[in-house]
Write a protein that binds this ligand. Structure first.
Ligand code: COA
Length: 346
């Protein structure tokens, strides 16, 4: 069996901070942020909004989009580094909220590569025949983990959630008369594509958050000076992360295409983690692919970590841009270091 994406959903907080708002907090400018990152605005949770509440709404919307009842879901996976709950896990909280009473639930932390690994995990369970219907969600309130005094990071990140429903469908070879698996044709969309993922713990210092132990709990307010400890917030060597991304992302995409015997002309578009416009432009250039094949929405949302890929996927789905029969590459990268790519067919 293969797990095919049959529905998507997302949730974006209403409250929006533009670059001029950021320039009131740290020494920066709208011009600098746009030029170096492509980000113009980011949405930030407020009021009752949390990682779990955003995940639940995105999940509900994905199920509605798929026409699947919550009771039919066998697996809920939430990818997050910024959950408002540690125990129970965010996925169990989502289960409670949406009434997916038959699902097995757990969370996954692989930072900005998290949605790729959630997708791969769900797809592998489905391929093994363990589950039939999976709801995978990336949800992040990075505003809670952002040091709003640090202009090297606070310009980049935003909050939001995206979700997808994977449903088991027979692989092309399973419907064939013969027992030998035939070579899938280039146009065959019912093929199990093998993902490629990598990790390098030795490079982990480039993007880290050492401690979440904070007497005030997780708060997005700037700490009072006397209690401020930057270890409670994300710390990043921006240049090192940039160099890592522009080298490893095109490499892993090439590796994935090669492994699955796909040519670039078979790929309708590349949905990359939305971290920085310059990173995406560089990946396109290194792959020798037109930038038009790389949709972007980071101008509006900034980097929403593991939520960025499913938010963009949902936007494209709802705009009718995911054309049936086409193949799409999803690729993520981030803290760990972690990176990977998966081919999906729609
Ligand atoms: N506003 C204005 N100036 C800034 C600034 C800001 N927000 N941040 C840094 N600067 C200054 C620096 O102090 C430096 O000044 P100097 O030349 O006088 O020393 C100059 O701008 C260049 O700094 P540098 O760090 O080299 O900038 P950059 O072009 O690498 O851009 C990032 C910084 C963070 C935007 C960029 O490195 C980046 O996007 N990296 C990847 C981060 C990422 O994607 N992380 C998440 C991965 S999941």
């Amino acid at each position: 069996m293969i797990g095919r994406i049959v529905g998507t959903g997302s949730y974006i907080p209403q409250y929006c901070m533009d670059n001029n708002d950021i320039a009131k907090l740290v020494e920066t400018s709208d011009e600098w942020i746009r030029e170096r990152t492509g980000v113009a605005r980011r949405h930030i949770i407020s009021g009752e909004e949390t990682t779990v509440s955003m995940a639940s709404v995105a999940g509900k919307r994905a199920l509605e989009n798929a026409g699947i009842e919550p009771e039919e879901v066998d697996l809920i996976l939430v990818s997050t580094i910024s959950s408002n709950v540690i125990l129970p896990c965010a996925a169990c909280e989502v289960q409670k909220e949406i009434g997916a009473v038959n699902a097995t639930c757990f969370d996954l932390n692989a930072a900005c590569t998290g949605f790729i690994l959630a997708y791969n995990t769900a797809a592998a369970y489905i391929a093994a025949g363990v589950y039939k219907t999976a709801l995978i969600i990336g949800s992040e309130s990075l505003s809670n983990l952002t040091n709003w005094n640090d202009r090297g990071t606070c310009i980049l990140f935003g909050d939001g959630a995206g979700a997808a429903v994977l449903a088991a469908q027979p692989e092309a070879s399973e419907t064939s008369e013969t027992t030998d698996k035939p070579e899938a044709s280039e146009n065959d969309t019912s093929k199990l594509f093998i993902p490629v993922t990598h990790s390098n713990g030795a490079g982990g210092e480039a993007l880290s958050l050492k401690s979440r132990h904070d007497a005030n709990g997780l708060t997005k307010e700037v700490d009072k000076e006397e209690t401020f400890d930057e270890a409670h917030y994300m710390q990043m060597d921006g240049r090192a992360v940039f160099k890592f991304a522009v080298k490893k992302v095109p490499e892993v995409i090439e590796e994935t295409l090669q492994l699955n015997k796909l040519k670039k002309e078979n790929i309708a578009c590349y949905i990359l983690h939305q971290a920085n416009r310059r990173i995406i432009e560089s990946v396109a250039k290194r792959l020798d692919e037109p930038l038009e094949k790389f949709p972007m929405n980071l101008e509006e949302y900034g980097n929403t970590s593991s939520a960025s890929i499913p938010i963009l996927l949902d936007e494209w789905n709802r705009q009718g841009k995911l054309k049936s029969g086409s193949k799409i590459v999803l690729a993520g990268f981030g803290a760990g270091l972690t990176w990977g790519a998966s081919v999906i067919s729609v």
